[in-house]
Design a protein around this ligand. Sequence first.
Ligand SMILES: O=C(O)CCC(=O)C(=O)O
Ligand SMILES: [Fe+2]
Length: 356
Amino acid sequence: MFKHDFKRYKRRLPPPDLSEVIDFSQDLCSNIVTVRRVSPICDGVVRDSQLGLKPIHEWRVYELTNRHGLLFIPNPFTDLGQRYWVCRCLKDFTYKPQKLNIDEHGDLEDGQRWWDTCMKDTEKGKALLQKLRWVTLGYHHNWDTKMYSENSRGPFPEDLAVLCRYIARVVGFDDFSAEAAIVNYYHMDSTLSGHTDNSEENKEAPLFSFSFGQSAVFLLGGLGIDEKPTAMLIRSGDVVVMSGMSRLCYHGIPRILSTEKMPWDDVDSKSECPQRRRCDLSATCDAEDCGSAKGLRKETNLATFPSCFSSEIIHSCAENCFWEPFGNYLRTSRINMNVRQVLYPGVISLHSSDEL
Ligand SMILES: O=C(O)CCC(=O)C(=O)O
Ligand SMILES: [Fe+2]
């Protein structure tokens, strides 16, 4: 059943019927029996820092009633918050010590950075932009053995760990610790076939999935491959939490859907930077009417971000001329940050046999 639906949504011609795909951006009414609304926990979690997220009382949190523990939070991010993570995924998570799928291709010299090389406006740069498919952070996922190892563990970005810890507390998980992530980069024809994520020693901890850019059809099946999956539409900014029983369920992405309008397009269209120059990281655009300025600069108050967030990125990504290449990338791409806890609470390393 999973494979059958996967093929149906993947099909190009005739295009699939999307009427059964749950769209959480609509106010869901009670005729969708498979979804219930749950309350985010504000008490004790509210703090001055908003981390590029909307205030918690504005969040909606849904749970699938047929797959307990599958939580869906339609875009809790501010526009600046989304831009921040997109810049981190494209500019900062894409060089050593992170692992990239293109590491073995020999396209990048030692020390050369993927995003900088892609932005050089050369044929090679353009081709390289399309080649990046995944990056691993923290404990690097080994695609062959499907095992993590102490020998293949890098630092986990503190800002991403803080974001996950915050969202985890709002949905009732007090001791989540982000230790591994796969960042997936999809183009319009990309798919991710049905799989379960069970490489983690601790399979009880939830998994957090953040998506930016083009939309996607997300299928969540049962523990086995034969159950009919539930189809959900994931839009830019949406957060999916796989916890409880849903943590080990089959899931996959049969289709990327092109989205006419991105959350930040309103800001963009009103506000092309008149200087048409790229603000570099060390200088924010000083053009008075750089449109970015109006809506997004207001959000760059560093008091609302913990110090582990990059203040350079916070300030730069509010500027449209800095943001432009990132926004362009997203017009035909989707980015998904898939974050897992690997170890049980209180455990500091894996007890794998290769360490003994
Ligand atoms: O792209 C997604 O939404 C899902 C990615 C995923 O399932 C994974 O990385 O294991
Ligand atoms: Fe997965």
